[in-house]
Design a protein around this ligand. Structure first.
Ligand SMILES: Nc1ncnc2c1ncn2[C@@H]1O[C@H](COP(=O)(O)OP(=O)(O)O)[C@@H](O)[C@H]1O
Ligand SMILES: [Mg+2]
Length: 425
């Protein structure tokens, strides 16, 4: 375009008001590029207009109502616009009208414990690990999580869309208020998961920002790849270091993981003895490191679904019913953290540990139970705080101001499986 301005085909003085983005094809059309939304927000902050590929116009329009946007299909179109022979109209911000239907929780038979844990995870933003034999419905349960999560707030929507835009994954420039759900395969590399590559693209952890990262068959992931998740899990940010610069993308995701109890998948089933003996379990579970497991608040066993559950008539609660309880608990948390001027916290899972002691403040009998359990389960300091956080979420689902013994007892029950796993690790 600078060249066209130099030969007089475009008015140079008018072009200087714009930031220009796009990829020129050999036939003069302009091909879509990634990252248009953040660029549009940048152009707006600089007080400039934006020229971007036609396909990305609807995405750019989200930056601001005032932003001057030209989204031409080709170089000719932009030349005609400046000549005044064929004016380009401003693109409209586009929302995905009817995103594909989500699978419903009501499809799942039995598994009441697992459904309850899923509801708690959704309500407090907690990480969840499900351990059980193949076919128990673990993948099915995980895929239902988005259906009970509240929609993205406008602020979250913009953050999520910016990352998606940089990742080049905003289809048709349309945004959606649905929380992301990412399920990378266990063969995924570290770069694919936390980000990297030649042009430092955001990884799955960032594409799952404000949403769900589902890791199915957890021990099948490379141990180094899993350990690289520890930092984003802790800080909510993925930092990619390069020889001479660092890039960081937001990564405040909720992790749901699923695994078989052993390599053959059947350990613990009544009457089953693994062909490889006890090592079938210990070798498999030993692939997960203790510090990694420690970052998972809820750990549950999902036994094989019984025939009685499968043939029982009637459907369970729908996602809409469960989602309403989750939304109410989330509203309580938003109110709490806003009152403490901690807008960035948003959920119990993200609450700083020192603060959780005050917020959860169990009553006397709750404290007694916790002291006993800390001793008998040999809870680590981190484990202790995680129990408090989960108990706070259970109390929020109950709309209870204080954390009671019942809430703590339930929270503790979601740690027992993990302690066994951690002993193996
Ligand atoms: N609790 C359940 N209720 C209804 N169908 C189930 C249940 N558990 C498993 N299934 C059926 O079995 C299939 C396999 O379940 P899946 O979620 O893939 O199990 P897993 O991930 O634990 O191996 C599902 O697609 C579903 O048809
Ligand atoms: Mg599965």
């Amino acid at each position: 375009m600078a060249l066209m301005a130099a030969i007089g085909a475009l008015p140079g003085e008018r072009l200087s008001d714009y930031l220009v983005l796009g990829e020129l094809a050999l036939d003069g059309t302009i091909t879509a590029v990634a990252g248009v939304l953040p660029a549009a927000i940048g152009a707006n902050a600089m007080g400039r207009g934006l020229i971007c590929p036609a396909a990305t116009g609807p995405e750019a329009a989200w930056a601001s109502r005032e932003l001057d946007i030209l989204a031409p299909r080709s170089l000719i179109a932009i030349a005609n616009h400046f000549k005044g022979t064929q004016m380009l109209t401003r693109p409209e911000p586009a929302l995905m009208r009817e995103p594909p239907l989500l699978a419903d929780l009501a499809d799942i038979r039995g598994q009441e414990v697992a459904k309850r844990a899923l509801e708690i995870a959704a309500a407090g933003g907690h990480n969840l690990l499900m351990v059980g034999p193949p076919g128990a419905g673990k993948s099915m349960l995980a895929s239902r999580l988005p259906s009970i999560l509240p929609p993205l707030t406008p602020r979250e929507l913009l953050e999520v869309s910016m990352v998606t835009s940089i990742g080049g994954e905003l289809s048709g420039g349309k945004l959606t208020d649905r929380r992301p759900f990412r399920a990378p395969h266990h063969s995924a590399s570290m770069a694919a998961l936390v980000g990297g590559g030649l042009r430092v693209k955001p990884g799955e952890v960032s594409l799952a920002h404000h949403g769900v990262l589902f890791l199915d068959e957890l021990p099948e992931f490379q141990p180094q790849v899993l350990d690289s998740l520890r930092q984003p899990l802790e800080t909510g940010e993925a930092v990619i270091a390069r020889a001479n610069h660092r890039v960081s993308y937001p990564a405040r995701f909720q992790m749901i993981a699923a695994m078989n109890p052993c390599r053959c998948g059947m350990a613990g089933e009544p009457g089953h003895v693994c062909a490889r003996g006890a090592r079938c379990v210990s070798d498999y579970q030993g692939r997960l490191s203790g510090p990694f497991l420690d970052r998972i608040d809820l750990r549950i066993e999902v036994p094989a679904v019984t025939a009685a559950d499968l043939i029982a008539p009637g459907r369970g609660e729908t996602s809409a019913v469960v989602g309403a309880r989750v939304a109410a608990a989330r509203a309580l948390q938003a109110e709490r953290y806003e009152a403490l001027s901690l807008r960035d916290v948003g959920s119990n899972a993200r609450c700083p540990t020192n603060l959780m002691e005050e917020i959860a403040a169990p009553d006397a009998s709750g404290r007694a139970l916790l002291a006993e359990a800390a001793h008998s389960l040999k809870l680590s300091a981190r484990g202790y705080h995680r129990v408090l956080k989960v108990a706070r979420t259970i109390a929020d689902l109950d709309a209870a101001a204080r954390v009671g013994r019942m809430h703590l007892a339930e929270a503790l029950s979601y740690r027992a499986v993990g302690e066994r796993l951690q002993a193996a690790a």
